[in-house]
Design a protein around this ligand. Sequence first.
Ligand SMILES: Cc1cc2nc3c(=O)[nH]c(=O)nc-3n(C[C@H](O)[C@H](O)[C@H](O)COP(=O)(O)O)c2cc1C
Length: 324
Amino acid sequence: MINLETTFAGIKLKNPLIAGSSGLTNSIQKIKELEEAGVGAIVLKSLFEEQIENHSDKLSQLSDYPEAADYINTYIKMNHVEKYLDLIRAAKEACTVPIVASINCYKSARWVDFAKTIQDAGADALELNLFTVNAGEYSDTYLEETYVNVVRELKKVVHIPLVIKMAKNISNLPGLVGKLKALGANGVVLFNRFYQLDIDIKTMEITSGPVFSTPSDFSDTLRWTAIVSGKVPDFDIACSYGVHSWEDVIKGILAGAGGIQLCSILYEQGPDVVGDILTLVEEWMLQNNYDHIDAFKGKLNYANIESPSLYERVQFMKYFSNYK
Ligand SMILES: Cc1cc2nc3c(=O)[nH]c(=O)nc-3n(C[C@H](O)[C@H](O)[C@H](O)COP(=O)(O)O)c2cc1C
């Protein structure tokens, strides 16, 4: 009998597949559909700091009275937050799988109160989606310090598991993840995929790039999952970014992930793909004599293979020398 149970951020999941935060997790109807399709957990669409700030700034510019501007700011924020809290409460009532709330923040202090309210609304965990582009205005260590400060502040008020969805461009990822673990974070997601831009050479405008990831994006996710899993033991990791097949799910677990987040594949193939993936993962486990996930989780991570430097190889030098 194959057992697909796993844990992520200290939470027991019936299987490793997690619906990642996106437009597919912003309404009860869609969330219910994903649960019925068989996912082990659901991360709600993020509540965005930027969205709330922009909206309230625009409205408060219309007012000549500072008190009115303050009132508008507070009203808008609370209105967005209230709607989000309603979604959490409704999701908790409608589903049995763990519901993870998600906030997108870039200034630490702002979000501490919201995080507490999210916890009180009944979310099983909180995922932080945190990133700022440093176009030269911040110090070299600004991003890393922001991660550390936000986690430090949130751990003072949040008692549900705290998960950090990491950006790819961190100079010492295992070092930072180790610090976040020491501060009490309960898990990381590797990685977030941000809005991609492009340039239209006809109109000479900056445009939107591809919305979805592709299978080739998964290699980087695998590399860093294996390295972080080997270097920061006993810490929960979920793979995200580039999971496009059942084989990717197995690879992510072999590299050390306990949870596998799906997003683009759910958009492209619909929720039914979840059942197909679970069936094929079970078949692979049966054929390879693994009856539970922990039996092969991390088997090929940085700490468990003979030549961990394989995960550090980045130059094509030898392997692609056949390509003239
Ligand atoms: C349309 C769309 C909306 C998204 N919205 C969010 C969001 O609100 N919060 C968040 O943390 N990630 C968001 N993401 C990122 C996904 O959760 C995921 O991390 C990313 O797409 C990489 O996974 P994938 O390769 O499976 O698509 C969004 C992705 C897409 C495609």
